[in-house]
Ligand binder design. Structure first.
Ligand code: ACO
Length: 311
């Protein structure tokens, strides 16, 4: 069975078609997808915190309504993604335990503070912009449930990026103090956003295999380059500068050159030593504990519903 399964799997991957939950798949494929999709789900859930922090301080009712909708979208993304991960066999409860006990990673970016209202703009423009650049190719991921979840997630991320851009545009065309606040947010979040694409290809342990399995379509460095090329003209249109003196158009390559990133900082943040790792995890554990009654009520309701429908 295993040989036939492997042949079927290889044929599907070679034809650039889709693997579905009931298909045979190599254990490594199942494992790496569970890893990536659950990390992605955790990122969406932890990623609600920096922005939820600003809902009560949004500068107008309209801004508040938009921000609330956006944070709710992130929760929804987390839920689709946990559902997609569960189709690979690991229950959501267990994935959640991995996060709560510090055994699972989530995106480095969410361990940085959101200091001012302008950070809501920079997060939308740069962080969600990087998320889209990374996730559009994932719509073509060989694993069906993940690729399909990504289609909807990307549509919503486009709205998020657009609202971030609009916040920054308003600030950068406001008073000098507002423009400075926008510039300061971009200065702080630019490099961490570039690191969202993961380590340089030479240190990316999973890339080769994930690309061979059509999970990843482009390498970390390729997507990072694509993102830089995209945001340079956008920054110009905003009237803001990107904090990298080495940023320069390279005619020969047809891309922007950019300066080195601080990968020691990246690994420190990934390993728990970022500015807010401890706070983010503490808040997540508290939210989980506070939600116990909701889970109990849902379980009681489901049990009652099962008894009534089978009776
Ligand atoms: N933050 C935290 N950990 C990271 C990051 C990051 N920005 N980038 C890479 N890593 C981790 C990887 O998870 C991997 O660790 P592991 O093997 O223990 O899982 C290690 O660093 C080495 O990296 P790679 O081998 O390059 O890992 P991978 O092939 O999985 O590529 C990437 C990383 C590009 C993030 C990929 O997992 C991916 O595309 N994930 C889906 C998108 C996603 O998770 N986005 C989250 C932020 S967007 C948002 O939530 C709005």
């Amino acid at each position: 069975i295993e040989r036939a399964g492997q042949e079927h799997f290889d044929r599907i991957v070679a034809a650039d078609s889709r693997i579905e939950p009931r298909d045979w798949m190599p254990e490594g494929y199942r494992k790496t997808l569970t890893r990536q999709i659950s990390q992605h789900a955790h990122s969406e859930i932890i990623g609600m915190q920096p922005e939820a922090n600003w809902i009560t301080r949004a500068p107008s009712l309209k801004r508040k309504a938009i921000l609330m909708a956006k944070v709710q979208d992130e929760a929804g993304h987390g839920l689709y993604l946990y559902s997609a991960a569960e189709t690979l066999g690991t229950p959501r409860r267990e994935l959640n335990q991995q996060l709560l006990h510090g055994r699972a990673k989530y995106s480095s970016i969410f361990n940085y503070p959101a200091r001012t209202w302008a950070d809501m703009g920079a997060i939308g423009w740069l962080v969600d912009g990087a998320a889209i650049a990374n996730q559009v190719p994932l719509c073509r991921c060989s694993y069906g449930p993940y690729g399909r979840a990504m289609v909807r997630v990307c549509k919503e991320e486009s709205f998020h990026q657009r609202q971030g851009w609009e916040i920054l545009h308003a600030l950068s065309h406001g008073t000098p103090a507002q423009k400075q606040m926008a510039q300061d947010a971009v200065d702080r979040l630019y490099a961490p956003a570039l690191m969202m694409f993961g380590p340089p290809d030479s240190d990316s342990s999973n890339s080769d295999q994930s690309m061979a399995w059509n999970i990843k379509r482009f390498s970390n460095d390729e997507l990072r380059q694509r993102f830089v090329d995209m945001i340079v003209p956008q920054a110009e249109a905003l009237g803001l500068t990107l904090p990298d003196p080495d940023l320069k158009w390279n005619e020969e390559r047809g891309h922007y050159d950019f300066g080195p990133l601080d990968w020691d900082e990246f690994w420190r943040v990934v390993k728990g030593g970022g500015p807010l790792n401890a706070q983010r995890m503490q808040r997540r554990r508290e939210a989980h504990a506070e939600g116990a009654w909701v889970r109990e009520a849902a379980e009681a309701y489901a049990a009652k519903h099962t008894t009534t429908t089978t009776a």
